[in-house]
Design a binder for this molecule. Structure first.
Ligand code: GLU
Length: 321
């Protein structure tokens, strides 16, 4: 009886994921691959994959879930985690705020006019500021090890071509770092900070690794397969809250309403989502909407959330554990 129920649930979950995948794929042609980092132009617009991972070991996936691509802004979750772990809540947030900016991810406007401190750690200015806190304390190798642990993926390495492409063309991020320095708030040498920031953005992940990251975030910072605790659950709560309000660039409000789970996207086409206590979801779809979010990824997540009642504000009973 229980076995039958489990089988029915697994089938229903698989069907829901497949329906979401089909919807997502139908959107890819409406998006555009990022081109402001030259190396990212090489991505295939039609690629799309989605992976769902549960703490009982269930892993379901469709499409291009093992294609490696650079995690870009999704690394901002890891650098925030590292800062919270190293410096605690009070010190970290004395260097960066926790408010949505409503501006695009690489905007510089509010930083110069409305505030000396960046609005939040999920936009470029805030992440560069957080990385400046880390730059004199942790090596790239230590942050890489942390990323591997959070994604449960030892195959993550630096994508050197993306790193070099970004380092050569990242003048806007350079402008942000030097503006922060001019205001006396940057905590390390700008070039050292930017180098670490570019390296973190250039880590090669897969949709499967992003499902792993989502699952760790959904599971209060514990690896469900080894039992290892990676982070104090209070900090995971902070990271999830900031992802919810700021993780999808200036589309975070709409995503919060339509999908309703903490998520972080990157211009490489990735999205990671953690559905509290239930599952991690990872997406790869390099065709982006005008805000820089994976267009197919958003469509698929909207569908999955509606089918499985994933929103943290959902009134319906949970259908699947
Ligand atoms: N490395 C990218 C940049 O700094 C990250 C942007 C993103 O994924 O939002 O422009």
């Amino acid at each position: 009886m229980t076995q039958n129920r489990e089988r029915n649930e697994a089938d229903a979950l698989r069907q829901a994921l497949y329906a979401a995948y089909v919807i997502g794929r139908s959107w890819t042609e409406r998006g555009k691959v990022a081109d402001y980092i030259p190396e990212l132009k090489k991505a295939h617009r039609d690629d799309f994959g989605i992976c769902l991972m549960k703490k009982d070991g269930t892993v379901l996936s469709y499409g291009d879930v093992d294609t490696r691509f650079s995690m870009q802004s999704i690394s901002k979750t890891v650098t925030l985690a590292a800062a919270l772990d190293k410096f605690g809540f009070v010190k970290t947030f004395s260097h960066v705020k926790m408010e949505p900016s409503g501006d695009s991810f690489n905007s510089i406007i509010k930083l110069d006019t409305a505030s000396n401190l960046p609005y939040n750690p999920m936009i470029n200015a805030g992440a560069i500021q957080v990385v400046s806190l880390l730059a004199n304390e942790l090596t790239f190798e230590e942050l890489l090890a942390m990323t591997r642990a959070f994604c449960m993926d030892d195959g993550i390495t630096l994508n050197r071509a993306v790193y070099e492409s970004e380092a050569q063309t990242g003048d806007r991020n350079r402008a942000i770092a030097y503006l922060l320095k001019s205001k006396g708030v940057l905590q390390a040498d700008p070039e050292k900070t930017l180098d670490l920031y570019f390296r973190m953005c250039s880590l090669n992940v897969t949709a499967r690794s992003l499902a792993g990251l989502g699952l760790i975030l959904a599971n209060d910072g514990r690896n469900p397969f080894t039992g290892r605790r990676l982070m104090d659950p209070r900090y995971i709560r902070t990271i999830n809250s900031i992802m919810f309000t700021c993780g999808m660039y200036d589309g975070s409000g709409e995503f919060g309403v339509k999908v309703g789970v903490p998520a972080k996207s990157g211009v490489g086409g990735g999205i990671t989502c953690g559905v509290k206590g239930r599952m991690g979801i990872g997406v790869y779809g390099p065709a982006l909407d005008e805000r820089g979010n994976s267009i197919a990824g958003i469509a698929a997540l909207e569908s999955l959330s509606a089918q499985l009642h994933l929103s943290v504000f959902d009134y319906a009973e949970e259908l699947f554990g």
